[in-house]
Design a protein around this ligand. Sequence first.
Ligand SMILES: Nc1nc2c(ncn2[C@@H]2O[C@H](COP(=O)(O)OP(=O)(O)OP(=O)(O)O)[C@@H](O)[C@H]2O)c(=O)[nH]1
Ligand SMILES: [Mg+2]
Length: 336
Amino acid sequence: MSRYSMDVLIKEALESARIKIAVVGIGGCGCNIINNLERSGIKVPTIAINTDATSLANVRAKHKILIGYEITKGRGSAGSPELGYKIMMSEINKIEHLIRDIELVINVAGLGGGTGTGGIVALTEYIKNNFKDKLVWNVVTLPFQAEGEERYRNARNALTELLELSDLVIVNSNDILKRKLGMLSIQQAFKSMDMHLLDIITGIVNLGYVTPMPGFLTVDYSNIEKLTRNAKLGYIGIGKGTTPLKAFENALQNNFCEADITGCRGVIVYVEGTQRMLKTIEIEEIPRILSERFNISTIYWGVKTDWKLHDVKVMLIASNVKSPYVENYLKGMVRP
Ligand SMILES: Nc1nc2c(ncn2[C@@H]2O[C@H](COP(=O)(O)OP(=O)(O)OP(=O)(O)O)[C@@H](O)[C@H]2O)c(=O)[nH]1
Ligand SMILES: [Mg+2]
């Protein structure tokens, strides 16, 4: 075999070893996030699903799917998760063929309304019942308390179901974000949450493009599966800093569901920076902290060097974590 054809073969093998990921945005918030992902040049297929034709018309996505036209006439579900669920289930054939070859489906929606809230539950339930091999991660936001009792109830019911059905649920509370970042208006906070969700999903997608870290357990599909299958609540933190350690500490702080990673099933740490920034001696501190401070022993690694970066960026994905905030939310103790 010539050197050239061996190079081609290696490239093809690398391509097929890559985790096959798709991102699905459901409802107004979900479609907005897909639009932002497309604008930032995401490398994996995106699917925007809504009952609202106006929202879809303004979205950039690889696939746009209007559902429920016969019932809603393209005008949204008017805040009914029951309707969102029913429409998604009865029109699932519009989506099924798009995810047939996908290994990790990432759904994103703002909980509280109708289409995204009912739709994300229906889609997760359908995939889990019909494609047992696939992993489903759901990235959701919780509505502001100011949005009222009905949205809170919708969000609470859907979150309870998602935690049962999904492999991993990443919860982001708008209220916690607003409080932590000291945002003045809901509009500002929505924008910041949009950026946070963009960071999270881009980070997950980049996991498919990491370089193994010599001497460390590396991130690949089987490890991601081991860590996140039926893992319920997950945490994804993203932090920046001048050193890997500072970026790591910031990734722990960037926590919008007050998750506690102590004793969790395991973590994936993904570090990006220029070659000069990524000093092995500093990177080695991270697993020491995870095991000593947080009692975590399973840690998978990915690194990516990028000469354009000014700061080190660390993403931490923890699976099967605890969160008193989410527990109280589900018990109805975080009231509007
Ligand atoms: N971050 C962010 N959150 C949003 C945005 N739009 C809505 N949300 C949040 O998501 C929740 C659900 O809103 P939508 O996504 O508009 O609702 P929907 O799924 O389209 O539901 P219906 O319109 O009732 O069918 C809201 O209660 C907000 O908390 C957005 O653009 N960005
Ligand atoms: Mg809508």
